[in-house]
Ligand binder design. Structure first.
Ligand SMILES: [Zn+2]
Length: 75
């Protein structure tokens, strides 16, 4: 089950909630009960770093199908 980091805009509380994507719409602040929350994208940033490395590897590979080409150092 994914974990989501939120910051409460009312009291500034930082907290993490483990819930489904549909349930996170109903998350409230554990300190003040407020629903004025900002989702913090800490988890997604980590995923973005790893995926960007993967995209770079895939991009260099996909630019050349293994056939002779002028723009590929591997051919
Ligand atoms: Zn709060």
């Amino acid at each position: 089950m994914p974990a989501y980091d939120f910051r409460c805009n009312d009291c500034g509380e930082l907290f993490t909630v483990r819930c489904s994507i549909s349930e996170k719409e109903n998350v409230t602040c554990p300190t003040c009960g407020g629903k004025n929350l900002t989702q913090r994208l800490t988890g997604f940033m980590v995923m973005g770093k790893s995926s960007s490395n993967g995209e770079g590897a895939m991009a260099s590979g996909s630019s050349c199908s293994g056939k002779s080409c002028s723009g590929c150092a591997g051919c």
